[in-house]
Design a protein around this ligand. Structure first.
Ligand SMILES: [Zn+2]
Ligand SMILES: [Zn+2]
Length: 402
């Protein structure tokens, strides 16, 4: 493990926040200064593990790579719940201008996982020192949410066998939603996310003599347009779906017809049946288009994250806790579906639970800048809010029985 020392300096001293949370703002900014990419969260995991141990948690490191699980057990109850935070950063060069900006070029916490970690640690301290719980609390600090499937890696490493959970919960910040607002949704909430690389193999030649070649660029142009009809003509108009051709590569010169063109696709759905339909129609269209142009098509299909489906009963319970502890106008019972994706979906396939959003701010810099933007920063005002919610949820689900 690398250093676990925090580095709050005058430049990073947190402004006034509700009592007891200043050290977690400093911790969040320390994590922000030292972001780590998927499965390389060694320093972050070290900070998390050291803090949890300090408060008396039983800590297991190295779960699914750099994952950390803290266990707190009180009383005789066999009930057990899991609260999950993600720890990884993104390969983006920071431009937020914050005093606590990343010290690593090409790497930043642009999705607020530094904040998710800090919120759960702030809750962890309160629960260890003052928590009224009867049962077992598993705090799951996950690596590699950003495309690396850290949740699956932890599960393949026996997460739920070694640390059983009756229910699991996770929280993600959302710019554009007022700070501290808690957004719930029962059923499908986040999209599946699949990737496809399509290679169209033609025959290269001179740009002046296209009849002596077999042009994959014209075929690729037609494929891109044909793909637009899948969502508009094949998918139920009331079902969300996305097909984005995010990259197209082929050719180097105006007078050379290339041999091949490569297309990169992102494919998303919020219903498993729609997900299946998208793959089927993409394969059919690409094959038919390729045949009509006399080129060879190869599709490398890589399934990504599953549709995230919140359990109805657990979501009702998580919502009720928010409604008891926060003002009515701060709690949204039925938020929108989102076309982003999240590997917490895999945990929810195994254990019932719920994923909620916490507003990062609206009408200010925290709301204007979306996650994955170089200017993004997590809103530290959410550390007390998020921690209070986690504490309330844990104390409700593991409330001492009379
Ligand atoms: Zn992200
Ligand atoms: Zn994220």
């Amino acid at each position: 493990m690398s250093t676990t020392a925090l580095e709050p300096t005058a430049a990073t001293a947190p402004e006034a926040v509700p009592g007891g949370f200043a050290e977690f703002v400093a911790l969040r900014r320390d994590l922000h200064r030292h972001p780590e990419l998927a499965f390389a969260e060694h320093r972050t995991a070290g900070v998390v593990a050291a803090q949890l141990r300090h408060w008396g948690y039983h800590v297991t490191e190295g779960v699914g790579g750099t994952g950390v699980v803290g266990r707190l057990q009180r009383g005789d109850s066999t009930r057990c719940i899991g609260l999950r935070a993600d720890m990884d950063a993104l390969p983006i060069t920071e431009a937020s201008g914050a005093a606590w900006s990343s010290v690593h070029a090409g790497c930043m916490h642009a999705c607020g996982h530094d904040g998710h970690t800090a919120m759960l640690l702030a809750a962890a301290r309160h629960l260890a020192l003052h928590g009224r719980i009867d049962g077992t609390l598993h705090l799951i600090f996950q690596p590699a949410e950003e495309g690396g499937g850290g949740a699956l890696k932890m599960m393949e490493d026996g997460l739920f066998e070694r640390f059983p959970c009756d229910a699991v919960f996770a929280m993600h910040n959302m710019p554009g939603v007022p700070q501290g607002h808690l957004v719930f949704r029962s059923g499908p909430m986040m999209a599946s996310s699949d990737y496809a690389t399509i290679t169209l193999q033609g025959t290269g030649g001179h740009g002046a003599m296209p009849h002596r070649a077999n042009d994959p660029i014209v075929a690729a142009a037609s494929v891109v347009l044909a793909l637009q009809t899948v969502v508009s003509r094949n998918v139920d108009p009331l079902q969300p779906a996305v097909i984005t051709v995010g990259a197209i590569e082929g050719g180097k010169a105006n007078n050379v017809i290339p041999d091949a063109v490569r297309l990169e696709l992102s494919v998303r759905a919020l219903d498993p049946a729609v997900r299946t339909l998208l793959e089927q129609r993409i394969r059919e269209l690409v094959a038919a288009q390729a045949q009509s142009f006399g080129v060879q098509a190869h599709i490398d299909w890589r399934p990504g994250y599953a549709v995230l489906v919140n359990d109805a009963q657990q979501t009702r319970r998580a919502l009720a806790v928010a409604q008891r502890h926060f003002p009515a106008d701060q709690v949204q019972a039925e938020g929108p579906m989102l076309t982003g994706s999240e590997d917490f979906a895999f945990m929810l396939q195994r254990v019932p639970g719920s994923y909620l959003l916490i507003g990062n701010g609206a009408g200010d810099q925290h709301g204007a800048c979306m996650v994955h933007n170089p200017g993004y920063d997590f809103n530290d005002a959410n550390i007390p809010t998020g921690a209070r919610y986690w504490v309330a949820l844990a104390e409700d689900l593991l409330s001492p029985q009379p």
